[in-house]
Structures are given as C-alpha cells and as structure tokens.
Design a protein around this ligand. Structure first.
Ligand code: SF4
Length: 394
C-alpha cells in the first residue's frame, strides 16, 4: 500500500502544493503540538487547532444537519477572523478548519486565504461550488485542502443531501483532480449507509477521483431534525473499526478517524482540548454539534478567553468524568443539565438544550472491552505522530 500511495502522491498532486502542505500543515502543526502538550501538562486549555464556522448560510438542506439555516444568515466578519488568527499565531496555531454552513459561499473567503498565506486551511465543503474557477483559485493559493462531504454513492448520498447532489459534487471532484489539488472526502457513517461506505468499491471510487484522504465521521442525532434512526449501533461501530483496518492495508489513500487511539481507545477531541468551534455569531463552543457558549470572540484575545473559560474547561471535566466517548450520544440528559447549570447561551437559533434533553441515551464509539489496537505499523505511526491528534492521543 505504501509504495502505491507514494506513487500516487508523487504523480497526482502538484509538487508546490505538496511542499506547502508538508511545511504549513505537518511541520508547523507538529510544533504546535509540542506547545499544546506542554500547556496541557500544566492543566491549561490551549487548542492546537480551531474550527471556524465562517457562516451558517448554505446551499443545501441535508437531513440530520444541526446548522440552523433559516432566517437571515450570520457570518464572522473579516476583522473577527483576522483577530482569531492573530491570537492563534501568538499561540503557535497555524492550522484552521473552515466550515459552515457552506464556507465556499462566504463573501471574503479568497481574500482571507490570501491574507493568511503562512497558515494552512482545511475547508469542509458540500462541494456544490467546486467549479473550475474555484479549483484554479485553490491551486493558485496553495495553502488550502478541501474536505468534500459525501455520504454514500448516488442513492445513499442524495437521500440525505438532496437529488442531483452526488453528480454535481462528482464533477467538482474532477475539477480538483485536474488541478492536482491535495483534497479529501468527509463521510458520515450512519446505520443506513454503513455497508456501502465501509466497502472497497466506495474507497476505490474516490481514489479514482484523485482524493488523497477519506475522513470518516460517526453520525450524531442533533438538530431540529435529528434523524435518530440513522445512528450507528454498537455492533456496527466495532465492525467499522475492523473494516477500517482492513481497508487501510489495501488501499493507497489515507483513511482517517478521530475516534480511536493507536491502542483502539476512544477519545473525545473536545474533552482533550484539541480544538474549539467558533460559531458564525462569534461564540466559542466545545465542538460543532454543541452550539453553546459563555464567551465570544469579541470578549478580548481569543486564547486568553479560552484559557479563562469555566464553561470550556468544565466541559472537559464533565466529559472525562463520564466517558471516553461522546456525551451527546451517551449522556444527553446530563449534558443538557450541565449546559443549563453553566447558564451557557444557546447559539443554535432553536431550543437546542430541549432537543438534547429529548435525546435517547445510546452507544457512542466508546465500547469498553471492544478496543481493537491498530495492527498496521503505518497507522500506528500516523495515530501516534501525525493524525488529527498529532500525537495528542498516542
Ligand atoms: S462531544 Fe461528541 S461530537 Fe463533541 S467532540 Fe466530543 S465526541 Fe465529538
């Protein structure tokens, strides 16, 4: 697999873009991780990565999405984004995930990316706006890796994302491929699409489209239309782990999960303080599905605010006292009570506390006794040194 992956990387991706990713995404991020680990040892919350929801405006209405796209859209201002990144840089953070809504329709996107040329941006996009012009701009900038959301082949994907979406996004992937851009696919695994998205054919389809990584997420039943029937039962979660390891040995593409350590132990990135989510109204939240906060980016220097946040540090403690997995799935009522007890503001545009409180407790990716360690040295190394946690969770 490794030789094939090296050949793909050398022949399918622009050398300039590879060099930029190597320096800005990998080399600089590993330095950031040293700072994070040092501060974590002191009990200081200093996230090495940040997720910025530039806007909640979107071009799709996917089933089970937690973003409130109704009413007039909210967006971060250019000044707010610059202040976030300035504080980030002072704390050695150079890698930012831009999401939404749909970040490719954010008015100041291209200027933002050009203005911060010494930072690296992963853009989580629904792929609808990936026309030839957008692909050419991404190539020219060089400090961007698109992560395109697709949740199955045509039928499965369009059942959640809308009719015609799969074909339109597939054309977008060809545009990225033609420009030799380093990009990935983000797939949310549900009980419904499980067999399809955890198959050789599915992985091979995106290798043929030039994707270099495939990032698997597990469905969370949140939002106005939580679709709990799409949740992944425990036996499928364990099977997902097994299949991931089989697919990783076979296919020349990096298959990513942010759920398990190299030893197969579950992790919650928010509980580890690996990142915070900045909402489109400037709220500083634990993670994307939890649109609650006590502080905003307008309260002062971002990292000072995060370090001083009782809500965020309290959330870490709240999670680690209960699970290694996801409290949204496992402890919805306790989570709703925690949010109320902290008088956190609900930035969802709905009554999201009531939605969580109405949830049913169920399994997450933390299945004690079912831990399966990585059995392939490549992924043991990546999990320990390079993956999302960059060695944060070993
Ligand atoms: S609370 Fe759940 S969704 Fe949020 S970071 Fe933790 S595992 Fe992920």
């Amino acid at each position: 697999m490794l030789l094939k992956l090296a050949r793909r990387t050398a022949t399918e991706i622009s050398p300039r873009l590879l060099a930029k990713a190597g320096y800005l995404w990998i080399f600089k991020a590993m330095r950031t991780m040293r700072v994070y680990r040092r501060r974590a040892k002191r009990g200081e919350l200093s996230p090495p990565f940040l997720m910025l929801a530039l806007t909640n405006a979107c071009t799709l209405r996917c089933r089970g999405c937690w973003i409130d796209t109704g009413g007039s859209p909210s967006s971060l201002s250019a000044e707010q984004v610059d202040a976030i990144i300035a504080s980030g840089r002072r704390n050695k953070t150079y890698y930012y995930t831009l999401l939404g809504g749909e970040p490719l329709i954010y008015p100041g996107l291209w200027d933002l990316l050009a203005r911060h040329g010494n930072c690296y941006f992963q853009i989580i996009t629904n792929g609808i706006s990936l026309d030839k012009a957008a692909a050419a701009r991404i190539r020219k900038l060089g400090n961007v890796t698109p992560l395109v959301s697709i949740d199955g082949m045509e039928e499965q994907n369009d059942a959640r994302r809308g009719p015609g979406v799969f074909q339109q996004v597939d054309r977008g992937l060809r545009n990225l491929q033609q420009e030799k851009i380093l990009y990935g696919i983000a797939t949310t695994v549900t009980g419904a699409n499980f067999d399809e998205v955890m198959s050789d054919e599915y992985v091979q389809h995106f290798i043929d489209r030039g994707a270099m990584y495939l990032w698997y997420y597990i469905f969370r039943p949140v939002g106005a239309d939580p679709a709990p029937e799409l949740c992944v039962p425990a036996e499928q979660v364990t099977e997902m782990r097994r299949r991931l390891m089989q697919l990783r040995r076979k296919h020349p593409i990096i298959l990513i999960d942010t759920y398990w350590t190299a030893e197969g132990q579950a992790v919650c990135p928010a509980a580890l303080g690996l990142s915070c989510h900045i909402g489109p109204r400037g709220s500083i939240e634990p993670c994307p599905p939890l649109s609650f906060a006590r502080e905003t980016v307008d309260d002062g220097d971002l990292y000072e605010t995060i370090r001083g946040s009782e809500f965020l540090t309290g959330f870490q403690k709240f999670v680690t006292e209960r699970t290694r997995g996801c409290v949204i799935l496992e402890h919805p009522q306790a989570l709703a009570e925690y949010i109320r007890s902290q008088s956190a503001v609900d930035y969802s545009g709905r009554d999201a506390v009531a939605e969580i409180d109405a949830g049913t407790s169920r399994n997450s990716h933390h299945l004690p006794g079912e831990e399966i360690p990585e059995d392939y040295w490549v992924y043991r190394f990546l999990k320990k040194r390079l993956f999302f946690g960059m060695g944060a969770y070993g």
